[in-house]
Write a protein of this length. Structure first.
Length: 551
């Protein structure tokens, strides 16, 4: 294949350790180990896609088998061994894709092949890509050979899913975690490639490529290839054109839209969103970019322009910084919760575009609040089945300007709160208090659920975190939230946890009773009774008020 006809990711694939970008520590460690002749039985390279795992594996294979040695590793005029490895035709360097050969039989064939020494090279090398795809039996078959291979045999593994590899295999390898490439390094790299290809692409367009590639060299080269192919001869690809090609939109549009949301200008908000949609932006991409913008608004004072991974330019960064000082943090938290909820909702709705418009309208109708309880209420409602009904009680009938404006605040009349306040507030400071209140208020069903089907993970003021068994009533959260508000006059957040939590109240009682019975069976009284009545069976133990077993 003509080198010029290759895609950029293959055309500019690194051939030596010096060509690798962002992996200097890994390259230096491997080079030193080869020079010192302390070569591990197996290398394991892990990291995200497109950062050089398989490429590094091939370079290691060349370094081990190069005719000129590690100190004079071929860079341009390749020796026969290096050339064969580059072309994947070396008889002693076998590259296997574990995604297509996952079975134990494939590994057995590999082990059988490893019994014979190298034909023309110093080492026989097996490169296994996506090694996490091997079956459990295949890994087990590989263990013994991996631990004590012949001196001439070396393994090189590459994977994006390190957690899927058995620890017994990982412990037999020298592991290298390849890092995500820094934005500044990646930008300089694709600039050089662009110049070599005589491409005319603006700096802002290149920054967009870096942002989309998320630290992956292969992704950035694929995007650059696409950008160069879309160029008209003699014209430069600017940011606007690049955004259209890659399906991304100008962040300044999103910042303007966000500001209009806070001001409650519904017509303008929907108009801007429809322009963004017409540019070919997918609803999920829009929501994710909206979440990213919320993050910047919340944390802009602790960020620098460089740390935004080229997501923002100088003007956008300054605008966000100025606006963020006028926005209540509680509003941003509410917006974040609504955005996350809408991201899940998109998969259910057939017309995702309409779902996004309704999401923006809902944001405009959210009342500004600093109250932690109110935020908690919206969080709880987002997770409840009656999301629409619950949120309606929290929405004001008119648009509220979310930006804090002193002049407007002075003119605005105090809002009338329509929430029904409890006549006699009850303090609930512990899980036991809650069960006791349920008993007093004759809420027998709630008391039963709390004692039988709920495992407490954490109890804090206005927040309960629980795990539960399969018998829990589906309306439990709704009923409990309603009663807690009725009794305390405050909103409570009830969340489900993946943690197991404490034993349920009923299970604790059972365990306590079992312990009492076991203790009684070891007592002298019980033994004397059993001597006289050998067929007797101890069923229950009751304690009197002094904690002494009753007769």
């Amino acid at each position: 294949m003509n080198n010029n006809s290759k895609v950029l990711a293959l055309k500019y694939r690194p051939q030596t350790f010096d060509d690798l970008i962002g992996q200097e520590v890994v390259a230096e460690t491997i080079t030193n180990s080869i020079k010192a002749e302390k070569i591990p039985n197996a290398y394991l390279f892990t990291g995200i896609r497109g950062i050089g795992k398989t490429t590094t594996a091939r370079i290691v294979a060349k370094a081990l088998n190069c005719s000129n040695g590690i100190d004079n590793l071929c860079k341009e005029n390749f020796c026969e061994s290096c050339k064969s490895i580059i072309e994947s035709s070396h008889i002693d360097v076998l590259e296997m894709d574990a995604a297509s050969k996952t079975g134990v039989d494939d590994v057995r064939d590999l082990i059988e092949f490893s019994r014979y020494g190298p034909t023309s090279a110093k080492y026989k090398i097996f490169i296994i890509d996506e090694v996490h795809m091997l079956s459990k039996q295949a890994f087990n078959a590989l263990l013994k050979t991996l631990e004590e291979p012949p001196e001439y045999l070396k393994f090189i593994f590459a994977t994006t899913e390190i957690k899927k590899i058995p620890i017994t295999v990982v412990s037999r390898c020298q592991r290298f975690d390849l890092s995500r490439i820094k934005s500044s390094e990646l930008l300089e790299f694709i600039k050089k490639i662009k110049d070599k290809e005589n491409g005319k692409i603006s700096n802002d367009a290149l920054k967009l490529i870096v942002k989309i590639s998320e630290g992956s060299v292969r992704d950035s080269l694929s995007l650059l290839d696409r950008a160069l192919l879309s160029l008209d001869e003699g014209k430069e690809l600017d940011l606007n054109s690049a955004q259209k090609i890659f399906g991304y939109f100008d962040k300044s549009q999103l910042i303007d839209l966000f500001e209009l949301i806070l001001k409650g200008e519904e017509t303008k908000v929907i108009s801007i969103y429809r322009k963004i949609y017409d540019q070919g932006v997918e609803p999920k991409v829009f929501i994710n970019d909206f979440l990213e913008l919320l993050y910047y608004f919340k944390n802009i004072n602790s960020l620098t322009l460089a740390s935004t991974n080229f997501s923002l330019n100088d003007e956008e960064f300054s605008k966000i910084k100025n606006l963020s000082n006028q926005i209540d943090s509680g509003v941003l938290i509410l917006f974040w919760q609504f955005a996350i909820s809408s991201l899940e909702e998109i998969d259910i709705v057939s017309n995702q575009h309409l779902s996004i418009e309704m999401f923006l309208i809902r944001l405009m109708h959210l009342s500004s609040t600093k109250s932690e309880n109110k935020i908690g209420n919206v969080e709880a409602n987002l997770k409840s089945e009656n999301f629409v009904k619950n949120t309606e009680t929290e929405l004001t009938s008119k648009t509220i300007n979310q930006i804090k404006n002193v002049a407007q605040e002075e003119k605005t009349k105090p809002e009338v709160h329509t929430e029904i306040k409890a006549e006699h507030k009850i303090n609930i400071n512990a899980f036991e208090d809650l069960i006791e209140i349920c008993s007093k208020k004759k809420e027998i069903k709630l008391k039963y659920e709390l004692e039988k089907n709920v495992n407490l993970v954490k109890f804090e003021k206005n927040r309960i975190e629980i795990s539960f068994n399969e018998s829990l009533d589906k309306d439990f959260v709704k009923d409990l939230s309603s009663k807690l508000f009725e009794w305390t006059g405050e909103r409570w957040i009830i969340t489900f946890s993946k943690l197991k939590g404490q034993m349920s109240v009923k299970d604790k009682e059972k365990n306590g009773k079992k312990q009492l019975i076991d203790e009684m069976k070891n007592s002298e009284i019980f033994k004397s009774v059993m001597d006289k009545f050998p067929d007797a069976e101890l069923i229950d133990v009751n304690l009197n008020k002094d904690g002494v077993d009753s007769d």
